[in-house]
Design a protein around this ligand. Sequence first.
Ligand code: FCB
Length: 410
Amino acid sequence: MFKFPKDFLWGAATSSYQVEGNNKNCDWWQWEKKAGKTISGDACRHYGLYEHDFDIAKSLNHNAHRFSIEWSRIEPYEGKFSHKELQHYLDVILALKKRNIEPVVTLHHFTNPIWFTKRGGWENQHSVERYLRYCNFVVRALAKHVRYWITINEPTIFISHAYILGVWPPQKKSLLKAAYVEEHLALAHIKAYHLIHNIYKGLHLNKPKVSIAHNVMAFVPCKHSLRNRLAAYLRAKVYNIGFLERISMGNFLKRMPLDFIGINYYSRQVVAIKQLGAGNMAMDTCEKKHHRISKNSLGWDIYPKGLYDVLLELKKYNLPIMITENGICTYDDGQRWKYIHDHLKYIHRAMRKGVKVIGYLYWSLMDNFEWDKGFAPRFGIVGINYKTYKRTIRKSAKKFAEVCKNGILK
Ligand code: FCB
């Protein structure tokens, strides 16, 4: 039996574009048509059904919920802010609070307004001030009701998919552009961190808790050769720690502009260096199928111990850690419960080693639009029928609800 603290945050996460539907002023909306991808369309119709979805979360004993605000709704045209959409998100937050569910609010989750992308997106040096203007509008209005803010979701995944691999909009493949984008996202976070704190101070509110949601992975050497081990070690440093170090650079006494560390953990990478070379050390992975390990429906390795390793790696920062995403896409709901159970066990183990984990948010509350992979991956503890939009509570959701109820994992 594993007992978690009384004030632990339990719940699930979503993001606006993946669940709301009809975000027509967003760059993804244009891109999915142009690139011939699955059309997100109505997604889960969560924009209209949020009260219903939060009733479900409440019935599952969730006391926290992470969602994102869609920038392209709030600012559909440059400098033109929509008070109607702002009211919508205020209603969303109040609907959570009415149910005693703590909102964890993300300000940027991969998507950008079309006008912003047209002006060069995050490559443009003015991107930072554009983002801050949006943050200022939103945070000022919602501050009274929100304690936890996520400035940017997975900056490193956004950079790698949109600017290095070129599989997400704006589909660039340029290390130079990626470097600019990284600089701007880092700066955007640092400045948003201080902006949010200043807004709370000005409004005489208790200090907010601000972080990014940082994607982390386990890196495991295939054969335990020296070079595989070295590469795995270095990749963990660069991938898991790099961006965190990047945002603390230049800050007084290296104080990190983070009140907690939000991490998204899913999987591992198996490192197998084919030949010596900088590129190989950075990129080579094992393609062979000889690892006996279960996988999710997208083929990602399931490796709960990796979460434990990463948590211990992050312990040195001495900051609370929130699991802002952890989840599995699968057609086998029993496998989903095992995934949740095993990860929670390892989280508990890390906590016994002194890592201060403050919450666990499963990805995702419901099946949703999984970016360029469309609707096939089923990440939800609640299933969605995309013809009727009927929600079905899965068994895994009920088992997880038992843990959320009293913080005890059997
Ligand atoms: C994360 C994203 C989230 C979702 C999951 C499966 O990288 O933050 O939006 O797509 O992966």
